[in-house]
Design a protein around this ligand. Structure first.
Ligand code: ZN
Length: 449
């Protein structure tokens, strides 16, 4: 094939973007909420709509599933002999839309306001599908590399059958480079590659001090109640400055990224007068240090409160763990800590609920060089930062483990104000166009290498 110049590629993309935008809007109109059984037909419909879009670009397509899993779309179009194969990932299912009245426009009717396209899935992750579609439509029959497309239908419920799917159909997904378009950029005008993700451990902490509840007037002041003991254990989990006090958890290094305090306060919704917790740069605290949150407590509600010493109480502890740590090790450290901090001989039991290991991607090599070059060009000279993500995206580790020979690139179309999973989810259209351009340039670059 004759290789196209970056200018040709920009023009080819510009020519197809209006049609891709229309296809994106059609996808958003399908309420493919994977968590809601009543939307099962819509999840099937969004898979079929996605399949048809790639079939129309000359891809061999199929819809596959593993066991009782949601439908996934697979599409393949070979490249010139000797060129690498690139797998493009996205997901076609969406989060529940929540209360329609809380949206400024109907969640499943894509609506443009002030440069954003609003709708459930308009960004997460139907814009990821659309970015892949834009790239292959712009390149047409001059695909510089082999392209496989994998669009999952159950990411928003934690990809329950993804491992089984890879076990059954993994050979169809094999590639030299995997582009996962389901993360975000650092800010409007500032691209990012996501290279580190914290992991998660959730555990229930039960504290028991009495075999049964007793009159607080009779025994109060002489035997401890469970809430008294539980609050002490919970208070021991953080130092006075709010740093996690559990010994032995891993801390790793973060990229040197400036995240100003006013931006943090704005994006996190920090209430007036409230200070930040922990030490180190803000991005270290979010990406490469552990955090620990009490997300629920089972104890009598204030409405049901009686003058009784509560015999037992339970808290849910949600711990984010840094790249380099493991769920197993972090759970053990937490267990040692709570047992050592049980006051007055209170019976303390920590039970593992669920979790996922953190991920550190090897962000070096030719595919990363090509991606950095492509993104820098698409963002008019602004190079991507290596971004961490405080939350986990477990399937990234699944891909990295299943295809150890492939370079895994985590890109995306979200920005800090996308509100994925929230009401008024919206795609920043100009940034999305840059993401599409970066993908076209990346495929072209990979074809030359
Ligand atoms: Zn997503």
């Amino acid at each position: 094939m004759t290789s196209s110049s970056p200018g040709d590629l920009r023009a080819a993309l510009a020519a197809v973007l209006p049609s891709v935008r229309a296809d994106l809007e059609q996808l958003v109109r399908i309420p493919s909420v994977s968590a809601a059984p009543e939307h099962a037909d819509d999840v099937e419909a969004s898979a079929e709509a996605t399949r048809a879009l790639f079939a129309a670009e000359g891809f061999d397509t199929q819809i596959l599933r593993s066991g009782g899993g949601a439908p996934a779309v697979l599409a393949h179009k070979p490249g010139p002999p000797g060129t690498p194969t690139v797998l493009l990932y996205a997901h076609h299912d969406v989060q529940p839309e929540g209360d329609h009245d809380a949206w400024d426009s109907s969640p499943f009717e894509p609506t443009e306001r002030d440069g954003r396209l609003y709708g459930r899935g308009a960004a997460d992750d139907k814009a990821g599908i659309a970015a892949h579609l834009a790239a292959v439509r712009a390149l047409g029959d001059a695909l510089p590399v082999g392209v496989k497309v994998f669009v999952e239908g159950e990411e928003e419920i934690g990809s329950p059958t993804l491992e089984a799917f890879i076990g059954e159909h993994g050979s169809l997904l094999e590639a030299d480079v995997i582009v996962i378009a389901d993360s975000g950029n650092w800010d409007i005008g500032e691209p990012a590659l996501t290279t580190r993700l914290r992991g998660l451990v959730r555990a229930t902490l039960e504290v028991r001090t009495l075999r049964h509840g007793v009159h607080s007037g009779m025994f109060g002041g002489v035997v401890p109640d469970a809430l008294m003991a539980l609050t002490r254990v919970l208070a021991s989990l953080h130092d006075d400055d709010g740093s996690v006090a559990v010994a032995g958890l891993v801390t790793s290094e973060a990229a040197d990224v400036d995240y100003p305090e006013d931006r943090l306060a704005h994006e996190s919704g920090l209430a007036d007068g409230v200070r930040t917790i922990g030490t180190g740069s803000y991005v270290e605290r979010m990406w490469t240090k552990p955090s620990l949150t009490v997300t629920g407590i089972d104890a009598p509600s204030t409405a049901a409160a009686s003058n009784t010493l509560v015999p037992a109480a339970t808290a849910m502890i949600s711990m984010r763990i840094a790249p380099g740590d493991t769920c197993e090790a972090a759970f053990e450290r937490l267990q040692e800590h709570v047992l050592a901090h049980a006051p007055w001989g209170a019976q303390v039991t920590l039970t593992y609920a669920d979790g996922g290991d953190p991920t550190t991607l090897d962000a070096t090599g030719p595919a990363y060089d090509a991606a950095r070059e492509a993104m820098t060009a698409a963002w008019d000279g602004v190079a991507p930062i290596d971004m961490g993500v405080g939350g986990s995206i477990p399937f990234i580790a699944t891909f990295a483990d299943a295809f150890p020979q492939a370079s895994v690139l985590v890109t995306g179309v979200e920005d800090p104000d996308t509100r994925a999973h929230g009401t008024n989810e919206g795609l920043h259209l100009a940034e999305w166009e840059r993401a599409c351009l970066a993908e076209v340039l990346l495929l072209a670059r990979l074809g030359e290498s």
